[in-house]
Design a binder for this molecule. Structure first.
Ligand SMILES: [Cu+2]
Length: 130
């Protein structure tokens, strides 16, 4: 039974190692742009809780939330990401990689808030508050 434990420990180590070196971006234009996911499934998601999922260096479909909504961000990539408002300091959440989560509070002023990742400036999304 000890064999199973050490095996999963080895797997964990491997995952950590992989996560460690996945951040080394460089300037290689890896523009494997996945087709923009149409915002199906996200219809009428104006609830009091909202989520953004980051995967393959992209945000899930743009979301619309009520003012002051707690927005939970889940990061499925191995690299860390952020959800940072393009303008002002409306919000700025850092999300650790490999399933890390973070929560930020949506602005209380209705409007459209484009955001980006400070680590990967080609990552963009939009948060709409209304
Ligand atoms: Cu990023």
């Amino acid at each position: 039974m000890k064999a199973i434990q050490s095996r999963s420990a080895a797997l964990l180590m491997a995952a950590l190692l992989l996560g460690g070196c996945a951040t080394g971006g460089g300037s290689s234009g890896t523009t494997s742009s996945p087709a923009p996911a149409s915002a199906s499934g996200a219809a009428g998601a104006t609830t009091s809780a909202a989520t953004i999922t980051i995967k393959d260096f992209g945000y899930s479909a743009s979301i619309t939330v009520a003012p002051g909504t707690a927005v939970t961000v889940t990061n499925m990539d191995s690299a860390a990401h952020t959800v940072t408002a393009d303008q002002g300091q409306a919000f700025d959440a850092r999300v650790a990689g490999s399933g890390g989560t973070a929560t930020f509070t949506a602005p209380s002023t209705p409007g459209t808030y484009p955001f980006h990742c400070t680590y990967h400036p080609n990552m963009h999304g939009t948060l709409t508050v209304k």
